[in-house]
Design a protein around this ligand. Structure first.
Ligand code: FAD
Length: 385
C-alpha cells in the first residue's frame, strides 16, 4: 500500500536524520568490534525498519517498491551492515512467504518478522551450488506428514541470529534442475541444525554469515512454502527481482556518501599551494562519480515505478543490479584515489566502504549472472516478437 506523500516524506526524513546523527558516528566502532550494539538493533525495530516491505495487515509498513527504494537509499549513506541486520527480514527472508506463502504461514511468521522479533534468513547457496542455483543438492525427502532435510548451506547472512530459514531443497530429481526444488520454512531451533563458524569476510564487519548444516531435520509438510512442491526456484526468482532493486538502491545511497566524502576531503586537502578540488583532474573524478550516481538513481527509481505498476521487471532489475553495483565499485575506487594515501588508511571511511561495497557485485546474483539474465530476456523477446 502506498503511503501518502507527506507520511512517506516524514518517514524518509526521520530515517535520514537517524542515519546521519546516530549510525554514521557508530560506523568505526561497529567495524572494529564486529557487532552492532543491541540498543541500535532495538531502535531499528522501533522505527519499523524490519517490516518495511511486510504488508500492513501483518504489522509491517507495507511500502511499495518505490517507497522502499527511497528509504534504502538513505540507509546506503552509512555502513551497509546496519541495513544488513534488517535486510533479510525485508527482502530474501520474508518475501518468499509474502509472495507465495499460505495464509497460515503468513499469519505465523510475518508479524514477528515485521517487529524484528524473528530474523529470517534465506538459505539457497551451497558449497557446490552458487550461481547455478537450480543445482542445489540439499534434499527434502517426504516421510508421511513430514519432510526430512539433509544438506549444507553456505554464506548465509544473519544465520547466527536467525529464527527461521527459508531453505531451498530438492524434492524432485537432479535431472529436473530448478523445477525439482522446493522452498521450506525451517525453524532454526529444530533438532539436527548446526551452524558453522562465522565466516571471516573482506568487509561488512558487524554483519555475519556462516554455514548452516541440516542433518535429518524433520519439518511438517506445512513448512513447504505455498504447500506445493517444485515451486521453490520460481519463488526464489521472484524474491530476487525485488532484492536486486533493493541492493541497487543501497548502492546508489552509498555512492552519494562516497561523493560527499570526496568533495569534502578535496575541498580541504591542499597540495601545490591550493585545495586539490581546484585541480581539473580531481574534478573529473568527482564529476564522473556524480554522473554515474545520478544515472543509477534514475534507473532504480524508474524500475521501482515499473515494479509497482505490475510491469515485467526481471530484465530491468538485473540492469539496475549490474549497473548500480558496478557503479558504486567505481565510485569507491575514485573516492580512494581522491583521498590519496589517506584513502588506503582505516581512519578514513572510504577505505572501509571500498571493501564493503565489493560484496554488492557478488551476492543476489553476480554481475555475470545479471548479464546472462539481461541477454536471455533480449534474445527470448526477439524470438517471441
Ligand atoms: C557475504 C555474503 C553473504 C551472502 N549471503 C547469502 C545468503 O544470505 N543466502 C544465500 O543463499 N547465499 C548468500 N551468499 C552467496 C552468494 O549469493 C553467492 O556467493 C553468489 O551467488 C555466487 O555464488 P558462488 O560464490 O558459488 O560463485 P560461483 O557461482 O562459483 O561463481 C564464481 C565466478 O564464476 C562466474 N560464473 C558462474 N557461472 C557463470 C556463467 N554461467 N557464466 C559466466 N560466469 C559465471 C561468477 O560470476 C563468478 O565470477 C552470500 C555470499 C556472501 C559472500
Amino acid at each position: 500500500m502506498a503511503l501518502d506523500k507527506d507520511t512517506l516524506n516524514q518517514f524518509v526524513d526521520s530515517v535520514r536524520r537517524y542515519v546521519r546523527e546516530r549510525l554514521v558516528p557508530l560506523e568505526m566502532q561497529v567495524a572494529e568490534e564486529d557487532r552492532i550494539p543491541e540498543e541500535v538493533i532495538d531502535e531499528m525495530k522501533d522505527m519499523g525498519l524490519f517490516g518495511l516491505s511486510i504488508p500492513e495487515e501483518f504489522g509491517g509498513l507495507g511500502l511499495t517498491m518505490s517507497e522502499e527504494v527511497a528509504v534504502v537509499q538513505e540507509m546506503g549513506y552509512t555502513s551497509p551492515v546496519f541495513r544488513s541486520m534488517f535486510g533479510t527480514n525485508v527482502g530474501i527472508g520474508s518475501q518468499g512467504i509474502i509472495i507465495d506463502g499460505t495464509p497460515e504461514q503468513k499469519a505465523h511468521y510475518l508479524p514477528k518478522m515485521a517487529r524484528g522479533e524473528l530474523i529470517g534468513s534465506f538459505a539457497l547457496t551451497e558449497p557446490d551450488a552458487g550461481s547455478d542455483a537450480g543445482s542445489v543438492s540439499t534434499m527434502a525427502r517426504r516421510d508421511g506428514d513430514e519432510y526430512v532435510i539433509n544438506g549444507t548451506k553456505r554464506y548465509i547472512t544473519n544465520a547466527p541470529r536467525a529464527g527461521v530459514f527459508t531453505v531451498m531443497a530438492r524434492t524432485g530429481t537432479k535431472e529436473e534442475g530448478g523445477r525439482g526444488v522446493s522452498a521450506f520454512l525451517v525453524d532454526a531451533d529444530l533438532p539436527g541444525i548446526t551452524l558453522g563458524k562465522p565466516d571471516k569476510k573482506m568487509g561488512q564487519k558487524g554483519s555475519h554469515t556462516c554455514d548452516v548444516i541440516f542433518d535429518n531435520v524433520r519439518v511438517p509438510a506445512t513448512a513447504l512454502i505455498g504447500g506445493k512442491e517444485g515451486q521453490g526456484f520460481k519463488t526464489a526468482m521472484k524474491v530476487l527481482d525485488r532484492g536486486r532493486l533493493h541492493i541497487s538502491a543501497l548502492s546508489v545511497g552509498t555512492a552519494k556518501r562516497l561523493i560527499e566524502e570526496s568533495v569534502n576531503y578535496s575541498s580541504q586537502r591542499k597540495q601545490f599551494g591550493t585545495e586539490i578540488a581546484n585541480f581539473q583532474l580531481v574534478q573529473a573524478m568527482l564529476a564522473d562519480s556524480q554522473m554515474e550516481y545520478y544515472a543509477g538513481k534514475c534507473m532504480v527509481e524508474e524500475a521501482a515505478r515499473s515494479y509497482d505498476a505490475g510491469e515485467p521487471v526481471s530484465m530491468n532489475a538485473s540492469c539496475c543490479k549490474l549497473f548500480c553495483t558496478e557503479m558504486v565499485g567505481r565510485v569507491a575506487d575514485r573516492a580512494v584515489q581522491v583521498h590519496g594515501g589517506a584513502g588506503y588508511i582505516g581512519e578514513y571511511c572510504v577505505e572501509r566502504f571500498y571493501r564493503d561495497v565489493r560484496l554488492f557485485r557478488l551476492y543476489e546474483g553476480t554481475s555475470q549472472i545479471q548479464q546472462l539474465v539481461i541477454a536471455r530476456h533480449l534474445i527470448r523477446n526477439a524470438q517471441n516478437a
